[in-house]
Design a protein around this ligand. Structure first.
Ligand SMILES: Cc1cc2nc3c(=O)[nH]c(=O)nc-3n(C[C@H](O)[C@H](O)[C@H](O)COP(=O)(O)O)c2cc1C
Length: 304
């Protein structure tokens, strides 16, 4: 009997779709052994792309606080099948799994689809996905799935370059290199080469043994951890908690607060984050082992 593989994702620009399709290709190539089903999460009211700048920032409180929107029901071929493996694609919005991802996870469909099924998470983000993955791990645990692997593809340019290119891409749709700026997002080579991760997953799946899958993915470059970004994410989560709750509470002042938040966020990226960087670098020898342990944990699939 053929094994059923579900590839679940949401995408605005098509980047994540390209990634998950490449990773699923080794399964597609063995079509006598596997039946691959794709499920593209659809919202009743989708977000615009390119994003008008005010909508982009206005999405922050609901994104960060994980407030779901309504999704359209998954197709019958997804609802009526029991899957043997799920490749779970997602992207990060405001240091949190995106609203479409959260909306699916909080929907009445998620438990039936995910329960008792091994899951490999696959993200395509700018570069700050580490604490989102921790948030996602909690959902997957509550939904009684078994997280067996994680692949986190990012823009490998420095943090400032990727802020500039992602804002250009998200608000104008312009992804390609222009002027001094390189192309935005995960590099073409890395997207094209991501099939190698699919081969590793297929090998472990066919042997019915996921032990060793994550270390092998990591060895092949599936998860890079930059300790400084983890630090920025930790500080960012604290700040976002304050801002998101304030904006949600003060409904009548929302447009004004969103404007302040936008200015604050830009200042935080360009001014506060370099201030965080200096003590981070200075304390490198002091926290060497702590950071090494943290890196190993974040590269893994366990939940503390
Ligand atoms: C509203 C919004 C917020 C985002 N916030 C983050 C973030 O906090 N960290 C990150 O690494 N990427 C962030 N991104 C980039 C996305 O994770 C993703 O890479 C990009 O939107 C392309 O994904 P897609 O075409 O598959 O939808 C954000 C994108 C959007 C639209």
């Amino acid at each position: 009997m053929k094994k059923n593989i579900l590839v679940l994702y949401y995408t605005q620009t098509g980047q994540l779709e390209d990634i998950v399709k490449n990773i699923a290709r080794p399964f597609e190539n063995k079509n006598e052994e596997y039946e691959v089903t794709y499920y593209n999460i659809r919202l009743k009211e989708d977000f615009p792309f390119p994003w008008p700048s005010d909508v982009f920032f206005n999405t922050f409180p609901e994104s960060y606080l994980q407030i779901p929107s309504e999704i359209l029901p998954p197709p019958a071929e997804v609802l009526n099948k029991k899957f043997d493996l799920i490749l779970f694609g997602y992207q990060v919005w405001y240091l949190t799994p995106s609203i479409p991802t959260i909306s699916f996870l909080k929907s009445k469909y998620a438990a039936d689809i995910l329960k008792d099924t091994p899951v490999v998470t696959i993200s395509g983000t700018r570069n700050m996905w580490m604490l989102s993955q921790e948030k996602l791990k909690v959902y997957l645990k509550d939904l009684k799935t078994q997280l067996v692997g994680n692949i986190a593809l990012v823009d490998r340019h420095d943090n400032y370059t990727s802020v500039l290119t992602i804002l250009r891409w998200m608000t104008t749709g312009k992804k390609e290199k222009s002027g001094m700026l390189p192309a935005a997002g995960v590099s073409e080579e890395e997207i094209a080469g991501s099939g190698k991760y699919g081969e590793i997953i297929e090998k472990h799946f066919s042997q019915d043994n996921f032990t060793g899958l994550q270390p092998e993915l990591v060895k092949n470059g599936a998860v890079e951890i930059r300790p400084f970004l983890v630090r920025v994410e930790k500080v960012g989560n604290k700040i976002f908690t304050v801002w998101s709750n304030l904006i949600i509470r003060k409904k009548e002042k929302r447009p004004l607060l969103i404007k302040f938040f936008k200015v604050y966020l830009m200042a935080a990226i360009w001014i506060i984050s370099p201030i965080v960087l200096v003590p981070h670098l200075l304390t490198t020898p002091l926290f060497w082992f702590k950071r090494k342990k943290q890196r190993e944990y974040l590269q893994g699939i366990n939940l503390k």
